[in-house]
Design a protein around this ligand. Sequence first.
Ligand code: GLY
Length: 363
Amino acid sequence: MRTVQVPLDDRSYRILIGPDLMPQIGRQCRRLKLGGACTVITDEHVRPLYAKTVLNSLESAGFRTHLVSIPAGEPSKQLKMVHRCYNALAEARLDRRSFVVALGGGVVGDMAGFVAASYLRGVDFVQIPTTLLSQVDSSVGGKVGVNLKAGKNLVGAFYQPRLVLCDLDSLKTLPAREYRAGLAEVIKYGIIDDATLFRRLEKDMSKILSKDSSVLGSIIARCCQIKARVVGADEKEGGLRAILNYGHTIGHAIEAITRYGTFLHGEAISIGQVAAGILSRELTGFPEGEAARARHLFEITGLPTSLKLSTLQRKKLMDAMQLDKKVSEGKVKFVLASAIGSVTPGHTVDPRSVHAALDQVTS
Ligand code: GLY
């Protein structure tokens, strides 16, 4: 088992990464001296696979357990579902010393984390992310929340978990497309912070795609280390944390104009990162060869690097960028690279340059 520490003073916590970890969840929660009762929040896809193991482990460790299962998928990330969970927690008489366990991917983690952040003004929570994307990104760092009709993640909080437990075995049941989408975030860590990780991904991508556990654990741990360092330095995204949004400005806009129905998040940010690479070549001296290597890595991972856009959709895409949460004083901000392993946030980019980059990722 590998351990990564998220350094946040008295709110510091550990990320545990390894195979066969779910049966240990009860013991780990006991070690943290969490309260006597808990509610496990999961979804209808994950429940039949892992809920029994998690509940048994918690009960064997002496916890009183309850289970709430929500429909799988992005539509569950809404206030109605939060309300449903509040009622379930109240019916189970969860008090301030109780805790919530989020068992599932990013939707479950973000929604259940928001329930934990707000129920009784905050109870402890533990993340058991079961997708690659949630293991390397959304379960770490305390961003919790739900979507509104007006946009994604518009209601939420920064609320750190007490523990994150990444069981590598849960990736075995993950559909191939979702797994590849998670790899878009993994590649992102190489581009934003770690040229050695990037080279390793280039070398080992076929092993990673076959979910070879000899490489997977150390790669996930490396991604979590990078995220832990960034979050430890800038928890509330005053500056540095924005580097985690590399490729996300265009990526989020692609998701929005396709109504979250065509591309998975990881697929959209794959195209977004290719576009960010082109802008970086133009504006921050990202060497042509490195931009090409990045594009090639997304390609051999089986991720999309371009999309079809009509003139009307192109206009909608430009408009959607203006609605991004990261827009400040009307200016869209980009994270741009100067080399693989080195990026800077906060770049304002002329719309003509954005159009020129889009020309190279659209047909
Ligand atoms: N997913 C970006 C962040 O956690 O800041």
